[in-house]
Design a protein. Structure first.
Length: 206
């Protein structure tokens, strides 16, 4: 499908990727579909929940990125896919999948999507959302405590043990693969208008 445009939206945990995506979804509505890297965490069904809890989920190896690339190629070819559903409470996938339909605009989001060159090659525009580390940490605490049932101690422990070092080792260096670096994500209205205009021009030209 030549009229499909694929946007990659990366950035550190709590950087504002979701806000940017919500703005794009609100603008293009039924023309948008979203593929989230988080849904492609490996299930590790062979491990107990206690063993799964101790794994490093901020390392590229925690994801089945090859499956995601295959699904993205299917969507670009005009085919629907069955996307896995990840359960943060059990650190594994559920038995259910969600049908994702191909649309004119495909948003691919995740903290590590620019770390994988094969995945980057499937994207037309790569956007890195850049936000100060202290702001990202506050947002992560609010999200994980309120929405994922984590305790403050567990969130901070995970941040210091894996999130911060993996951000410095993988996420921050992957910024060089971006076409556009957006400060403060969806709150950057100038950048948002530029991105919307670029997508609209692509849609209009096909």
């Amino acid at each position: 499908m030549s009229n499909i445009i694929v946007l990659g939206i990366a950035g550190g945990s709590g950087s504002g990727k979701t806000t940017l995506m919500k703005n794009l979804i609100a603008r293009f509505q039924d023309d948008v579909t979203v593929l989230s890297h988080d849904n492609y965490y490996r299930p590790y069904d062979e491990l107990t929940i206690e063993e799964r809890r101790k794994l490093n989920y901020d390392h590229p190896d925690a994801f089945d990125t090859d499956m995601m690339i295959g699904h993205l190629k299917e969507l670009k070819a005009g085919h629907s896919i069955e996307c896995p559903v990840y359960d943060y409470a059990t650190y594994s996938r559920t038995s259910e999948t969600v049908t994702v339909e191909p649309r004119k605009v495909i948003l691919v989001e995740g903290i590590l999507i620019f770390e994988n060159h094969a995945l980057c090659d499937q994207m037309d525009i790569k956007i890195f959302v850049d936000t100060d580390a202290d702001v990202r940490l506050i947002r992560r605490i609010r999200r994980d405590v309120a929405k994922r049932g984590r305790s403050l101690d567990s969130v901070l422990g995970q941040y210091l043990a894996t999130v911060k070092p993996m951000h410095e080792q993988f996420v921050e260096p992957s910024k060089k693969n971006a076409d556009l670096v957006v400060l403060e994500g969806g709150k950057n209205l100038v950048a948002l208008e530029m991105i919307i205009d670029r997508i609209q021009r692509h849609i209009d030209s096909n």
